[in-house]
Ligand binder design. Sequence first.
Ligand code: ZN
Ligand code: ZN
Length: 153
Amino acid sequence: MDQNFWRKCVVCKKEINFSTKYYKCSVASCDKKRAPAQFCSVDCWGLHSSTLNHKSAWAEEFHSPSKAEWESTPKVRIVSSKPSSSVAKNTEGIPEDILVVVSKLKAYVKASADLNTSGDVSEALSHIIRRECDRAIVNAKADGRKTLMGKDF
Ligand SMILES: [Zn+2]
Ligand SMILES: [Zn+2]
């Protein structure tokens, strides 16, 4: 399931996007762990405040996480690393292939440090590449582009 927003405003139910401004009530008891209260705008918070008859409360500005950050939270974390021979897939069905040229990687490590390269290095590097790509994708999208570019990294 691909969710393209972070959470919904508890007042108007409008979707609050990733990497965007949102508001929380300054009254600590309004933001519960099991039922977090977030608002898309100061206006929505104002409605909440008048409903609950808050005396001296204000809306605090926050920034929602980026999609990559949100997806790296424990609930969707990839728990096991499968053997590299079979193409593992993460929870969203995105292939978890090896993304580096193993022979070239080994040649580089050998030439620069005279070290051998263990088989799981390419897997570890692939994880890093995917993570960096996810971050860059957020930047490209924020820029309204359909193409991922070097400057996004
Ligand atoms: Zn709202
Ligand atoms: Zn409140």
